[in-house]
Design a protein around this ligand. Sequence first.
Ligand code: SIN
Ligand code: MN
Length: 249
Amino acid sequence: MPTLFDAHPDPRPDAVIAPGAVWLPGFLDLRQQAWLADRFREWAAGPVPARAAAIHGKPMSVRTVCLGWHWRPYEYTRTAIDVNGNPVLPFPDWMVRLGRSAVEAAATVEETAAGSTLLRGTAADGGGAGPSSSGNPGPTQSYTPDAALANWYDADARMGMHQDRDEVSRAPVVSLSIGDACTFRFGNSDNRNRPYRDVVLESGDAFVFGGASRLAYHGVTAVHAGTAPDGCGLEAGRINITLRETGLG
Ligand code: SIN
Ligand code: MN
């Protein structure tokens, strides 16, 4: 007979996907997701509209609006030189705090995982896994993201495997997802191929990658239409917001 004290394993526990890469399912509650979806609609209305950036002349299938710094492939600028020349919206303080709390949560998950590896005595590095040897996402208090790329995916949009390497800083990237789930492919730092892991990012999930995974190739192979939960602020489609520290003055 089932009892009140039976263990029900969390179907989507926080997880270390690679050293320095931590998946935080359900990091944002529905109210926060809906609020961010409203902000996204405001940002996309201007002064710089969301646009499909072109890579080698070919438009991406996602539409992007930026905060803090304007990104176009391989470069950050203060004004949207490939859109309408307007300055982008400032990077909000609340977003710095949000980024810090995700980095902090990821560091805790990674430290806990390193500790439990130690208890089991199976640490790959010979049992000495600790915060300093784990590829930990990085110091949390000083994390000060200053650029956000907010991407809009319709059901057919994808993102090819790439590295986030236009930043001077190697502080972690924080990714937040709202709306339809997607398959997020997180790979290695050498090339676009295996080994990689596929993770289904759902509405409200955060994914932090720093440390040894900061330059890992990653991409989105599918958006799963019809999976946006009621109340998340989106009926269909997906918003992904990545926070970055550019290291630019
Ligand atoms: C990105 O790599 O910039 C976006 C990743 C995502 O949409 O989850
Ligand atoms: Mn990226």
